[in-house]
Design a protein. Structure first.
Length: 189
């Protein structure tokens, strides 16, 4: 088990690992229960009400956790580490593509594919959670007209596609990287 734990990223900050795992589990629960949520269920009782409120509360929790994650990333490594492309710097991505062409997995580094994917994933997480919260607050508390709330829920559903793609692609890449690393490490147990 220690060998597997050691394969997770960010060994210098174990709290980040736990935050990462907790966010992943909350996102997975959001994906699973999203089709069972309903605005009408908020005023009712029963399983639909429980699932809908769980979706809302865990979504609000993801705003907090996503903000903590985003802040940690920027404080620990800076904007350029995750968003080199904003500065038109693609050298890290080119380096990783050359490494992949040699049938080897690149290490995480500033401006590389892993850093870029993580940076975009956190933005997707914040976008989908903030749009969902905006929709909930405006719909539940009647802050805007029905047309505006429909636009907000449409945006939320649109952005959800990005977080779902990111979740499964990032998870698959992470597991592949861990499996390949697991079999290349010597046994220490």
């Amino acid at each position: 088990m220690k060998k597997i734990w050691g394969l997770l990223p960010h060994s210098s900050f174990p709290g980040f690992r736990l935050l990462h795992i907790f966010i992943a589990l909350l996102i997975l629960s959001q994906i699973i229960n999203s089709n069972m949520t309903s605005t009408d269920a908020l005023e009712q009782t029963g399983i639909d009400n429980i699932v809908t409120w769980f979706h809302i509360i865990s979504g609000l929790s993801l705003i907090i956790l996503g903000t903590v994650l985003f802040s940690w990333m920027l404080l620990k490594r800076g904007v350029r580490y995750y968003y080199c492309w904003l500065f038109m710097d693609f050298t890290g991505i080119k380096k990783d593509l050359l490494t992949l062409r040699e049938k080897s997995l690149p290490d995480a580094h500033s401006g590389g594919i892993a850093a870029t994917v993580q940076g975009l994933g956190v933005l997707a997480l914040l976008g989908v959670t903030l749009s969902g919260a905006s929709w909930f607050l405006s719909d539940y508390f009647y802050l805007f007209s029905g047309v505006n709330t429909e636009i907000m829920i449409g945006l939320h559903k649109f952005l959800t596609s990005f977080i779902e793609i990111y979740f499964f692609a990032h998870g698959a890449m992470g597991l592949l990287h861990m499996i390949m690393s697991y079999f290349s490490l010597p046994d220490t147990e």
